[in-house]
Design a protein around this ligand. Structure first.
Ligand SMILES: NC(=O)c1ccc[n+]([C@@H]2O[C@H](COP(=O)([O-])OP(=O)(O)OC[C@H]3O[C@@H](n4cnc5c(N)ncnc54)[C@H](O)[C@@H]3O)[C@@H](O)[C@H]2O)c1
Length: 142
C-alpha cells in the first residue's frame, strides 16, 4: 500500500504557505500563482491554519468582505486535519471523505514536511488499479 511518504517523495516536499497577517487578496494571488487550491498558514515556523479556495468563496466573497482588507487569520480554518508520513493513501482518502477536506498538511513530529491533496490520492489509486488490470490481462492471456 502506498504511503504518504512515498507520494511526497514522488511529487516533492514543497509547501506553499502564507502568514496569517497577510491579506486574503495576497493569499488568492499566491493560490493563482502556484496553481493550487490551498495554502498552509504558517506563523513562527508553526502550522496555525489552512486557507482554501472554499474559505475564500464562503467566508469572504459570500460575506461581502473585502479581500484586500481582510486578513487570512480572520477567515482561515484553524481546526486542521493532518496526515502523517506513514499513513496510507486509503487512510487519507477515508479522512478526506469523512472530514470533507481536499488537502492534508503532512506533519512529521510537529514539523510540516509536505501537503497531499485529493488529486494526489486519486492519481495514485488510478495508477494502482491500472497496474492490477494489466497484471490480470497478462495472467488471462499467458
Ligand atoms: N496529474 C497529476 O499529477 C495531478 C496531481 C494532483 C492533482 N491533479 C489534478 O489537479 C486538479 C486539482 O487537484 P486537487 O483538487 O487535488 O488540488 P490542487 O489543485 O490544490 O493540487 C494540485 C497539486 O498541488 C499540490 N498542492 C496543493 N496545495 C499545495 C501547497 N499549498 N503546497 C504545496 N503543494 C500543494 C497538491 O498536492 C497536488 O499535487 C484535479 O483536476 C486533479 O485531478 C493532477
Amino acid at each position: 500500500m502506498t504511503t504518504v511518504r512515498q507520494i511526497l517523495n514522488e511529487k516533492g516536499h514543497d509547501v506553499w504557505s502564507i502568514h496569517p497577517d497577510n491579506s486574503v487578496f495576497e493569499a488568492i494571488k499566491e493560490l493563482a500563482g502556484k496553481n493550487v487550491g490551498a495554502l498552509a498558514v504558517v506563523e513562527d515556523d508553526k502550522l496555525v491554519g489552512m486557507f482554501t479556495e472554499r474559505d475564500y468563496t464562503r467566508n469572504v466573497f459570500l460575506e461581502g468582505k473585502s479581500s484586500p482588507k481582510t486578513s487570512v487569520r480572520e477567515v482561515m480554518k484553524t481546526h486542521i486535519v493532518c496526515a502523517r508520513p506513514e499513513q496510507t493513501v486509503e487512510e487519507c482518502m477515508a479522512v478526506i471523505t469523512e472530514k470533507r477536506v481536499r488537502h492534508l498538511p503532512v506533519l512529521d513530529e510537529q514539523k510540516l514536511v509536505g501537503i497531499v491533496s485529493i488529486g494526489d490520492m486519486v492519481k495514485n489509486i488510478i495508477a494502482d488499479q491500472k497496474f492490477t488490470i494489466e497484471q490480470l490481462e497478462h495472467y488471462i492471456r499467458d
